[in-house]
Ligand binder design. Structure first.
Ligand SMILES: Cc1cc2nc3c(=O)[nH]c(=O)nc-3n(C[C@H](O)[C@H](O)[C@H](O)COP(=O)(O)OP(=O)(O)OC[C@H]3O[C@@H](n4cnc5c(N)ncnc54)[C@H](O)[C@@H]3O)c2cc1C
Length: 310
């Protein structure tokens, strides 16, 4: 019997999770990743019930909870710490987990045979030949398979070739993400806390292994360089009069552990598959961490006032 051979382009969280699911389902597949190493950025990620549902199906939920941290509440505050809304998130059938991205990636990847990941191969183009698809890489490698999955992220090459569309849209704000061992005395265990101000925000949550993850966002032009005083000093200035946990966390974080990222998204496109080629993760639909529609729907449902200075 012919076992379908599936080509996965991209070995991020999406590509690694797909590889594991295909492995468990008995498919023949290979992941082609352009980086020389399988890795994720040094930041945290909140796994909501839709994601923990997948981890449960993959048999990895307990492991993720072991290396991550269970979240009980999602709390929104004004910038000075007045509570605006506090949502219990521990009542779902499945938990919400805060976890280091590298731990999650490692958990997914280490359960897939190592030889299924081919590193240092950058996908260039595909050709369809009847029911088969051939993927070509910049190294000169070409691979034929029965199906191709583009899990190659925000600026997906597979997507550009499949849908012929434009680059993603910059949404006029950037984020900083930090990791530290410092836990502010006012932190409430199990909480994701967000603090909202005009054109700015700050959030924090526990990951596993005693790590605190924080993220800040502010309106900014695209590709804005770091301030001359450096990332940490700039953040200390921006957030100096916010809720005390915030300047404390920034002060406790090493400059090298602060990442910056410009934020982009795309409107949803349907369909994102054609015959035996499909897209997955950010290649299919990159969203802002603050997905505007979602926040608006929440605000309407909760009658949440606009954040103001308290
Ligand atoms: C600031 C921020 C915070 C976020 N917070 C959360 C959160 O708390 N919870 C949540 O669920 N989501 C969150 N997200 C979204 C989440 O991080 C992404 O949706 C997810 O990481 C996308 O994974 P991916 O595998 O699709 O893409 P990526 O992680 O981008 O992986 C793509 C992979 O493809 C490889 N690649 C690219 N091009 C090629 C090529 N031509 N050939 C071969 N390989 C290639 C890349 O090297 C990379 O390894 C956040 C996003 C941002 C920006």
């Amino acid at each position: 019997m012919h076992t379908a051979k599936i080509i996965i382009v991209g070995g991020g969280i999406g590509g690694a999770a797909t590889a594991l699911a295909l492995d468990r389902a008995g498919f023949d597949f290979t992941v082609y990743e352009r980086s020389q190493q399988l890795r994720e950025v040094g930041a945290g990620i909140a796994l909501w019930a839709n994601a923990t549902h997948i981890l449960k199906n993959l048999g990895l939920l307990e492991d993720a909870i072991q290396v991550g941290c269970l979240t009980t509440n999602y709390q929104f505050n004004s910038q000075r710490g007045k509570e605006l809304v506090n949502i219990a998130v521990d009542g779902f059938e499945l938990p919400v987990v805060g976890i280091h991205r590298a731990e999650l990636h490692q958990l997914l990847g280490c359960n897939v045979p190592r030889e299924k990941f081919i590193l240092g191969e950058t996908f260039e183009r595909f050709e369809r030949n009847r029911n088969r698809v051939c993927a070509y890489f910049t190294s000169g490698l070409s691979i034929e398979g029965d199906a191709l999955i583009g899990a190659d992220g925000l600026r997906s090459r597979v997507r550009a070739l499949l849908l012929g569309d434009q680059p993603p849209t910059y949404r006029n704000f950037k984020t900083w993400r930090g990791l530290t061992d410092y836990i502010p005395s006012e932190y409430r265990p199990g909480y994701i806390q967000e603090f909202l101000g005009r054109g700015k925000g700050f959030g924090l949550m526990m990951l596993g292994k005693g790590k605190m993850y924080w993220y800040a966002a502010a309106t900014a032009p695209e590709a804005q360089p770091d301030a001359a005083i450096g990332r940490k000093k700039e953040l200390e200035m921006i957030y100096q009069d916010w809720f005390p946990s915030i300047p404390e966390l920034i002060a406790a974080t090493e400059e090298a552990n602060i990442l910056t990222t410009d934020l982009y998204d795309r409107p949803p496109t349907k369909p994102w598959s054609q015959q035996n080629i499909t897209l997955l993760g950010d290649a299919a639909h990159p969203m802002l961490p603050t997905d505007k529609e979602l926040v608006l729907r929440w605000r309407m449902r909760m009658s949440l006032p606009n954040a103001c200075k308290h």
